[in-house]
Each structure stands twice: as structure tokens, then as C-alpha cells.
Ligand binder design. Structure first.
Ligand code: PLP
Length: 394
């Protein structure tokens, strides 16, 4: 049977990671994957997570099956965090998923079960997994441009291109810290997007993977809440990978907002049925940790404080890179960089220049120019700026 399998495409990000692992140059710098690293280069377990894990271990709870919707305490806490505690319980349903990717896939499945072949609009460029996840659920994918010539969010262009989205199409928007560009809409632009969705009848599908790492937790959730307050129906995929540092615990949830208890009940069952055919039940550990943190005032405050520290480091890294680039004669590029938000930044380099950066300077980013700004130890930023400037000047 396996002889019939054609050579499958490999994952470009994991290919780069393997290339990095084989690179023996001591100055090599891996900025490919979206993982936060502290000033020592480690990806730490957050203090609140560690404390919650200790408490859970002491309670020695049971590992019996939890059900297709996962940990319901976690689901309620996440819904309250994302939509705000005042959101009526009958406005949304939330189901625990295998991280943000699992939420994207379950919600894509829900769209496909509701109306097979629905058109879903994604930004160009988009998170690398958006298209394959949507296509795997049998959906049609169309794209709209995201940035202007200076690399900033292009409000006019986006609203114009999304003018072609039809009633019942779905538009996938990243709620904050756009991956890969770091270019986010202003609040006015979010209001305009909400108005367009209401007028044209398309359904927003929000992907939240970096809330807390852009302008702060509440500020990063505001665009999602603006949309939620205006549109009748909406889908939200939430990841706890980055902002709780629970990458390998695969923690997240899928939310559906609707206007009737009956429709929401059907949506929850459809999500459960999708989960049943994909993996049955989500893993408990990360969800139990998040539920313990969000349900305890002290742990919650400690988590928020540490998240703020991470955000501060990311912002400082980006500002420092911009300062060095500017000092090296690339002021316009530095200003564009400094406007970006979240874990990623786009360097003003072509695919060929990114290859040069890798070959000559051992700096690994994606061919699109994306680098993980949260992955650099501070003392290495001047050398990174010099490498980027050298490639730009070549
Ligand atoms: N959405 C976006 C925009 C992402 O960048 C990521 C991960 O990098 C995800 C979703 C999925 O994250 P995870 O499945 O690790 O929670």
C-alpha cells in the first residue's frame, strides 16, 4: 500500500529548523518558529503555570475521560476572558480543543458541515497553516491583501477587496499580532470591518493566538469584542500556546457566537462530532492548568504580570532592532519595523535576501522575511541588525 504514496510535500518551517540544527556556526540564530525565549534563550515554564501544576499534583485528581467538550471549567473561564465576564451565557458555546490548530480545524469542519464548499477569505500573506486547514475541511479559500507598500495594515485595500465577500462567506481574521506581518488594523479599521460584516452578511472567524503579546491582554482582545458586539454570528479559535507558554500541552478552545440557544446547541454538537472523528477528546492537563490560573485571583495576577514582562521584552527587542537598523542607515525600514506588533516581525528582505542572511550570517528566518522577534537574546540584537543591513547594502 505505502508504495502508492506519492512523495508528500515537507513542512518548510520544520525543514528550516532541521537545517538550523545541522548548522555548526556558533553565531547561528534561530528565529523561525513562534516560541518566546527569555534573555538567556530559554522558553520558560511560566511561574503561575508551575504553581498551578503543583496544586493539581497535590490534589491528585482523577484522569478519567472528560467528555467531547473537554474541561468545562476551562471552557467557561476562557469564554469569560475572551468575550468579557458580562457576556450572556446563551450568546456563545465553547469547546476545548487540541490547541489553536485544533480549534481552527474543528471550526473549519463546522463551516463545512453547515454549508459544504463555503468560501473562506484569508489574508495574503496568512498564517502558513490557515489554507491547508481550511482546504482539509473541504472549504474554498480566497485571499485579500493585507499590507500597503510601506508594510503597514492597508485599511482601504482590505475593505475594498473584502467588498467581494458574499453573504454567508466566512472571513478569517487574526484578532491581534498578525502572523506573519505584525501589521494590525487600528480600532477604527476594526469598527469598519464589523460594519462591513453586518452590512454584507459575512461571518467573521477570528484566530486568537497572541493576545497579551501586542498591546496588552485587554487591548488585544478589544477587536474580537468589537466584532462580537456587532455581528450576529462569529467563530473564534483561541490558543493558549503562546500566552500561557503551554506549547506542547496543546491547549485551546473553539467558540461559536450565535443568536439562538437552539443553533448554539447544534453548533456545540457539530463541534463534538468533528472532534469525535478527529481525536475524540482533547488533552486535560493544559486546560486544567489554565482553569486553575484563571479561577484563582493570585495565580491570575501572577500570570498577567509575567505575560506583561514577556510583552515588554518583545517590544524592547523590536525597538532595539529598529534603533540599530536606523543607525546603520536604514531609517525607513526601521520605522516600518517599529510599527509592528506581537511575536513576529517582517524584515524588509526578499526571499533571496533571506537566503543570504542564512548563508552568510547564520540568521534563520522564513523565506517570507518573517523573524521571531521574541526569540532573540538582547545582546545578539546588534549583530542581527548588522547582518540585515549588510544584506540590504549588498
Ligand atoms: N494561529 C496562529 C496565527 C498561529 O500563529 C498559531 C501558531 O503559531 C496558531 C494559530 C496555532 O497555535 P497552536 O496550535 O500551537 O495553539
Amino acid at each position: 500500500m505505502l508504495e502508492l504514496l506519492p512523495p508528500p510535500p515537507t513542512d518548510p518551517l520544520w525543514d528550516l529548523t532541521a537545517e538550523f540544527a545541522a548548522d555548526e556556526r556558533p553565531e547561528r540564530l534561530n528565529l523561525v518558529l513562534g516560541v518566546y525565549r527569555d534573555h538567556t534563550g530559554r522558553t520558560p515554564v511560566m511561574t503561575a503555570v508551575r504553581e498551578a501544576e503543583v496544586r493539581l499534583a497535590e490534589q491528585a485528581g482523577s484522569k478519567e475521560y472528560r467528555g467531547l467538550s473537554g474541561n468545562t471549567v476551562f471552557n467557561r473561564a476562557m469564554q469569560s476572558m475572551v468575550l468579557g465576564p458580562q457576556t450572556p451565557a446563551d450568546r456563545a458555546v465553547t469547546v476545548q480543543t487540541v490547541a489553536g490548530s485544533g480549534a481552527l480545524r474543528l471550526l473549519a469542519d463546522l463551516i463545512g458541515r453547515t454549508r459544504p464548499g463555503t468560501t473562506v477569505w484569508i489574508s495574503d500573506p496568512a498564517y502558513v497553516n490557515h489554507r491547508p486547514i481550511l482546504e482539509a475541511a473541504g472549504l474554498e479559500v480566497r485571499t485579500f491583501g493585507w499590507r500597503d507598500a510601506e508594510g503597514a495594515f492597508d485599511a482601504e485595500g482590505v475593505l475594498r477587496e473584502l467588498g467581494a465577500a458574499r453573504r454567508d462567506d466566512v472571513v478569517l481574521l487574526q484578532g491581534c499580532c498578525h502572523n506573519p506581518t505584525g501589521a494590525d488594523p487600528t480600532l477604527d479599521a476594526w469598527e469598519a470591518l464589523a460594519e462591513l460584516a453586518v452590512r454584507e452578511g459575512w461571518v467573521p472567524f477570528v484566530d486568537l493566538a497572541y493576545h497579551g503579546l501586542g498591546d496588552g491582554l485587554e487591548a488585544d482582545l478589544l477587536p474580537t469584542r468589537i466584532l462580537a458586539a456587532r455581528v450576529p454570528e462569529m467563530l473564534i479559535a483561541v490558543s493558549c500556546s503562546k500566552n500561557f507558554g503551554l506549547y506542547s500541552d496543546r491547549t485551546g478552545c473553539a467558540m461559536v457566537l450565535g443568536t439562538s440557544a437552539r443553533a448554539l446547541g447544534h453548533a456545540e454538537t457539530a463541534l463534538q462530532n468533528a472532534a469525535r472523528t478527529l481525536y475524540s477528546m482533547p488533552p486535560e492537563h493544559g486546560a486544567a492548568v489554565v482553569a486553575a490560573i484563571l479561577g484563582d485571583e493570585g495565580l491570575r495576577a501572577a500570570w498577567r504580570a509575567e505575560l506583561e514582562t514577556m510583552r515588554g521584552r518583545i517590544t524592547a527587542n523590536r525597538a532595539e532592532l529598529a534603533t540599530h537598523l536606523s543607525a546603520l542607515g536604514h531609517g525607513a525600514q526601521a520605522r516600518a519595523l517599529d510599527r509592528q506588533k506581537g511575536m513576529f516581525s517582517m524584515l524588509p528582505l526578499s526571499a533571496g535576501q533571506m537566503l543570504e542572511l542564512r548563508r552568510r550570517h547564520a540568521v534563520y528566518g522564513t523565506t517570507s522575511g518573517r523573524i521571531n522577534i521574541a526569540g532573540i537574546a538582547g545582546h545578539r540584537i546588534p549583530r542581527l541588525a548588522q547582518a540585515v543591513a549588510a544584506v540590504l547594502d549588498a
